[in-house]
Design a protein around this ligand. Sequence first.
Ligand SMILES: [Zn+2]
Length: 401
Amino acid sequence: MSTKESNKSPQPPIRFDVIARDGEARAGVLKTRRGEIETPVFMPVGTAGTVKGIRFEELETEELDPKIILGNTYHLWLRPGIETIRACGGLHKFIGWERALLTDSGGFQVWSLGALRKISEEGTHFRSHVDGSPQFLSPEISMEVQAALGSEIVMAFDECAPGNATRDETIKSMSLTTRWAQRSRSRFDQLQEEGTDSGRTAATDQVSGAQAIFGIVQGARHLNVRRDSLAQTVEIGFDGYALGGLSVGEEKSAMFEVVNEITPEMPDAYPRYLMGVGTPEDLIEAVAAGIDMFDCVLPTRNGRTGQAFTSTGKLNIKNAQWATAVRPIDDRCNCSVCRRHSRAYLRHLYLSGEMLASILLTHHNLAFFLDTMRAVRQSIRSGVFPKFRREFTERLNANGE
Ligand SMILES: [Zn+2]
């Protein structure tokens, strides 16, 4: 399948084993140089080297316990900058997180800048959101930054077509993504040989200690463009494959048409990652299509704006109806916030502008996402995923609050 191996070691940088299947859904184990990750997995987003609103000690407790989090190349490259992170021994040492990290390529963040960026064959010119200075990001620079960060999983530098792009626009954009994927792969391989990866570890009998790199499938909502993108990406050869450019303004039905059609066609032996998605119900639907990995800012971002995810749907803590509600956020949740605090107290904290409101809501939201994924994995291993999926969705839609 691959035309190239990631390194010269006899071991691969990561190892992925599917241990149970239920329909298209799979439960697996992803072995990295910094620990094993059970899949399907939700990866909390640590944009600027922090999962906003929560300490790593707290994340590492059993009730949350993510084995991998995300770091953002774009943000860390602009601030504090790569020289600083390299001087501090790479991203793990700099932030004090010894578990696995996945870094995005910066392609999506730069794309999100809209009018502030200009894309050429060579890369993307844009203005920094920090100080307005002109900047340039390319596949080669993205690989150099991600080597300095030293993440376990590096993402290829891609270009994202808007959700409503025409077929012609999408083909043009997707072809550029393929050429950038080739350049990403070449520069990544050089950097691995040069030993510039800050997170390098000794090889084990399972993994090589090198970084892994995932390719990204683009093509907006156009299924045949997606298929061409998938074929071209697999032809280059990566350690895992991601679906990018979804949840970028297209209708949810269009997103799920792509997820449901394309995921089962992605290589079976490699991890499949749906980037930037989504709500708990989105995660479960995508697992049913065969996705193994997710990341999304929703639990942390919504936690900061007073919104909680619960087993019966979203809950706005600001609502007056919770003023004297002694119930927890979610009766079914066993997190430390739900065990101790009432909706009334959380509402009071939020309306008083207390930072603890964001901290507690973020904690609960992460617990809800991570618990849901634990239950998903368990249900696949026990062969009862369809029943779990049906009951989860019914409870959510019952909207009992
Ligand atoms: Zn809770």
